[in-house]
Design a binder for this molecule. Structure first.
Ligand code: ADE
Length: 265
């Protein structure tokens, strides 16, 4: 896969790409990442990339010309229809679809990504109309620019590319399985009075797998019950969740009995 990032702040994007997993992924040839300064495609002595909005109002708008020229240079003229399958031109914006693991997995199957980091009040609408294939938000909050969102997207996508993580490592990720991940422990066995659950030391791989699955179900039930409605669950999962719900219901009723037993005020 090749990823091109178009930004007014290339130094903000480059440093994280030189670190850790991203660096390894590039060294292993899983991905090629090019970070470009949008100013390089701006004309005139001052390389202006933004201008005041027609009709008035606050803030500045990214001009269309540098972005169209960058797109033509990187992907060829003609826009998405001419670029063909497997090429996505992404705009990071709070108005986009909210990014999630499913979108990361889909993007990881593409051949080329160009990520345009939005800035200021926005981007001239003609860029959206003629170039952008996907508008992506990383969450319901507003950042000063699209650089951090671009890095978030790149990180989530690149770790899914073949050869970046150990075989199967991404399969248990929170969200890939449709559930949140359960707890993990490493040595020492007891730390500050907190012991590792015995089951993890039992050597019984079947029992350990079952316990891990149940912990993932519990954590998802507690923190993100909405995910359980869409997660692929088997009969054992459903029986386990039903039992947890019954136990909790019983505990709640017992608590209410205890309260009413104290008499009214
Ligand atoms: N630019 C500013 N805020 C953003 C967000 N939440 N997601 C994507 N791009 C943005």
């Amino acid at each position: 896969m090749r990823i091109d990032v178009l930004t007014l702040f290339p130094e903000m994007v480059r440093a994280p790409l030189e670190t850790s997993m991203m660096r390894k992924a590039r060294e292993r040839g899983a991905v090629e990442v090019h970070v470009h300064n949008l100013r390089d495609w701006a004309e005139g002595k001052h390389h202006v990339t933004d201008d005041r909005p027609f009709g008035g109002g606050p803030g500045m708008v990214l001009k269309p010309e540098p972005i169209f020229r960058a797109a033509d240079d990187l992907l060829g003229p003609g826009g998405p229809e001419a670029w063909g399958e497997g090429v996505r031109f992404i705009l990071t914006t709070p108005q986009g679809r909210t990014f999630n693991q499913e979108m990361a997995a889909w993007l990881a199957r593409q051949r080329r990504l160009v990520i345009l980091c939005g800035h200021y009040e926005g981007v001239d609408e003609r860029v959206r109309l003629a170039l952008v294939t996907d508008e992506i938000s990383i969450g319901d909050y507003v950042l000063t620019g699209g650089e951090l969102p671009a890095l978030v997207i790149i990180d989530a996508v690149v770790r899914l590319l073949p050869g970046v993580l150990a075989e199967g490592a991404a399969a248990d990720d929170s969200f890939t399985s449709g559930l949140l991940e359960g707890p993990h422990y490493t040595r020492p066995r007891v730390y500050r009075g907190m012991a590792v659950p015995d089951i993890l030391l039992s050597g019984d791989h079947g029992a350990i797998a079952r316990w891990r699955r149940e912990q993932a179900l519990l954590r998802t039930l507690e923190r993100r019950p909405d995910l359980l409605e869409r997660a692929p669950l088997d009969d054992a999962d459903r029986r386990f969740l039903e039992q947890v719900r019954r136990e909790r219901e019983a505990a709640r009723e017992a608590g209410q009995d205890a309260l009413s037993g104290q008499g009214s005020l």
